[in-house]
Design a protein around this ligand. Structure first.
Ligand code: PAF
Length: 281
């Protein structure tokens, strides 16, 4: 497995490749990332993973500085997962001059949910992902469903810029108690870690209630927020949306997603569950 830090080396290594599968990451990899690399291997070759903690997608006061940089351990995991090439540029390589040309995703996709709590975040994500797509020129790119709003932003980026890239979505991997795997779980102290599964539990309770026929969506999400707050969480949102476009469900909506973001101490966790309105027999 090659580990490259410069764009020139990357372009030389990938010259002539037409079937590349890309897994963009910010490093500090866990089993969820490994599963995305394994998924990428089923869709293309060579498999390229990028590791870049992108300053443009972090707001003031967010965790850019403390985000763990663990390149050696990440490379060992990627090699074991069958990755062919790691691209790990530094900030000056990705942003050699101030980035004054940026991607501004449509407000309809980014004005609420995470977009409302992290202004500019999805512009930073879309801009760096477009750069990575230009550099790697993959045929396929793999993103996790855990960042569900991000996944829809990337799909729309590809559609609106006519990029010849297939976006493949990887399922969220969970710890045995149901907590979604995340690099940020490492910030949790032992007592927060025990609490952390509650976000998933509240989302699962909403899914079960809806699939049992409950249709008071705002009542369900308000109850989940109340439960989380009573347990000491600071809740950004718990919302039920149409899975296709993240708009509020309409009477025709059949496929929903319940999404939540909440803080345990200094750690912000997000999770979501997509499900059909009616359980299939
Ligand atoms: O999901 C992530 O890890 C990041 O947002 C991404 C897609 C690598 C862009 O920096």
């Amino acid at each position: 497995m090659q580990v490259l830090h410069s764009i020139a080396e990357l372009r030389a290594a990938l010259a002539g490749q037409t079937g590349t599968a890309l897994v963009p990451t910010m490093g500090n990899l866990h089993a969820g990332h490994v599963s995305l690399v394994e998924l990428a291997r089923q869709h293309g070759q060579p498999v390229v993973a990028s590791i870049f903690v992108n300053p443009m997608q972090f707001g003031a006061g967010e965790d850019f500085e403390r985000y763990p940089r663990t390149l050696d351990a990440d490379c060992a995991k990627l090699k074991a997962a069958g990755c062919d090439l790691v691209f790990a540029p530094d900030v000056a390589e990705m942003y050699p001059v101030p980035q004054t040309f940026t991607v501004q995703p449509s407000a309809s996709l980014t004005q609420d949910l995470d977009g409302a709590f992290r202004p500019g975040h999805f512009s930073g994500v879309a801009t760096v992902v477009l750069k990575l797509f230009n550099l790697v020129q993959p045929r396929v790119a793999v993103f996790g469903k855990k960042d569900y709003q991000q996944l829809l932003v990337i799909r729309e980026l590809v559609r609106q810029f006519n990029l010849p890239i297939e976006i493949v979505a990887g399922d969220t991997l969970r710890e045995p108690d149901g907590l979604a795997m995340s690099s940020r779980n490492g910030y949790l102290d032992p007592s927060e870690r025990m609490q952390a599964v509650r976000l998933h539990a509240e989302l699962a309770a909403i899914q079960a209630a809806v699939q049992s026929g409950e249709r008071d969506f705002s009542g369900l999400t308000a109850t989940a927020c109340r439960h989380l707050k009573m347990a000491g969480w600071r809740v950004d949102y718990v919302e039920l949306r149409d899975v296709e476009n993240l708009q509020l469900p309409v009477s025709e909506s059949r496929h929903l997603v319940v999404l939540g973001a909440a803080w345990l101490g200094k750690t912000r966790l997000i999770d979501n569950l997509a499900f059909d309105l009616f359980v299939q027999d």
